[in-house]
Design a protein around this ligand. Structure first.
Ligand code: PLP
Length: 404
């Protein structure tokens, strides 16, 4: 008789988005005419930019002819895309990253979930609280997190780093030294960003203590402030302690197209072992690459036309974020995020729990958001709104909230 990976059975149900869907469906059934506006899920709504569509069409046409047909992609991704990323996202910002340190993938969710495979089973992880759930859940599946306490909603072998109003939603260096540290800036869900000086402290801490930082930069395109780094490799010494995850989802609207990249410097070593080699081995064994047509679309992001069009798209969402932030602030809410992020993080009024505020907002304003408690215990009493809707809906939603 076979057995199953019992670590999967330890995972508590993830009820966040299914609960939201159920509550919204019940509300809609009871109020069929309610004009519901959804500012909950972190998915983009604007169509792909023309330069990307053009690249997709042209790559599809190439696949129709034997001379230009492409089969399996190179294990680590096409050189044209890796070079464009190295040049535009890293070298242009003064980061010492070469094209052969970049691994192309189908997105940051897979990479952020899979990267833990190359680390030992006894490694201890540290995560922010609240947090993008993939980091913890994939380590649960790998058996690294100990036992779950449903009362505190925490795992015994995970170091939680609270992100609170007191620390500006940027965690403090942990007292117990972890082996793997997950950092995500600009952050999902809080929208908080980290300055270069603050991030440098993490890099120094990791180098001093022999820890590795897994740095999720999925939202870097939303950074507006000068002193906020777009990459951890802007910090001195990051080449010996950090892995960076990149996504094309939120900067270029690839949530349904799927493209990402992981950067592992060749200087990142555990003893004599290069993590780059382990990830290359994993990629070669388990992954057959993002499709040629998608990698071509990704390269279009870095053309002059692509850059200009994407800048406009990001500006559109940034305007939404500002609209939400300013509107809520004027209505008396305590808000953060938005400045370097598509997420607005607000304190629920009158000591409501995150779910109470969800019900309140749905009922009184017909607006759907995401309860902060769904991202971890320190998210209780907070609520996330996203800038990924249309401008008209965003304006209308904020007007309704102001009028409650
Ligand atoms: N990382 C963070 C922090 C995210 O919030 C998300 C998606 O919402 C992802 C990664 C996933 O990105 P991708 O679409 O590239 O898989």
């Amino acid at each position: 008789m076979y057995s199953v990976n019992e670590n999967y059975l330890k995972l508590p149900g993830s009820y966040l988005f299914s609960n939201i869907a159920k509550k919204v469906a019940a509300f809609s059934a009871a109020n069929p005419d309610a004009p519901i506006i959804r500012l909950g899920i972190g998915d983009v709504t604007q169509p792909l930019a023309p330069a990307i569509i053009e690249a997709l069409h042209s790559a599809v046409d190439e696949m129709a002819h034997a001379e230009t047909f492409h089969g399996y992609a190179p294990d680590l991704g096409y050189e044209f895309l890796r070079s464009a990323i190295a040049k535009n996202d890293f070298q242009a910002r003064g980061c010492d990253i070469a094209a052969d340190e970049i691994f192309i993938s189908d997105g940051a969710k897979s990479d952020s979930g899979n990267i833990q495979e190359i680390f030992g089973p006894d490694c201890r992880i540290a995560v922010g609280d609240p947090v993008y759930p993939v980091y913890v859940d994939t380590n649960v599946m790998a058996g690294r997190t100990g036992t779950y306490d449903p009362k505190t909603e925490t795992w015994s072998n995970v170091i939680y780093m609270p992100c609170t109003a007191e620390n500006g939603f940027v965690p403090e260096l942990p007292k117990e030294v972890p082996d793997m540290i997950y950092l995500c800036f600009p952050n999902n869900p809080t929208g908080a960003a980290i300055t270069k000086d603050e991030l440098q402290k993490w890099v120094d801490y990791a180098n001093k203590n022999g820890a590795v930082i897994i740095y999720d930069a999925a939202y870097e395109a939303y950074i507006t402030e000068e002193d906020v780094p777009h990459s951890i490799f802007e910090c001195e010494g990051a080449r010996t302690c950090a892995i960076e995850l990149r996504s094309f989802s939120k900067n270029a609207g690839f949530t349904g197209v799927r493209l990402g990249a992981t950067i592992i410097p060749k200087d990142l070593k555990c003893g004599d072992v290069m993590l780059h080699s382990l990830w290359a081995r994993r990629h070669g064994t388990k992954y057959n690459g993002a499709p040629y047509i998608v990698q071509k679309a990704g390269a279009a992001v870095y053309t002059e036309a692509g850059k200009a069009q994407i800048k406009e798209q990001i500006a559109y969402y940034q305007k939404n974020a500002r609209t939400i932030y300013e509107g809520l602030k004027n209505a008396g809410y305590t808000v953060s995020g938005a400045v370097n992020s598509p997420y607005v993080w607000l304190k629920t009024p009158d000591n409501m729990t995150s779910w109470e505020f969800f019900d309140f907002l749905l009922e009184k304003a017909n607006v759907v958001g995401t309860p902060g408690s769904g991202f971890g215990p320190s998210g209780e009493g907070y609520f996330r709104l996203t800038a990924f809707g249309s401008y008209e809906n965003t304006l209308e939603a904020i007007k309704r909230i102001e009028n409650i």
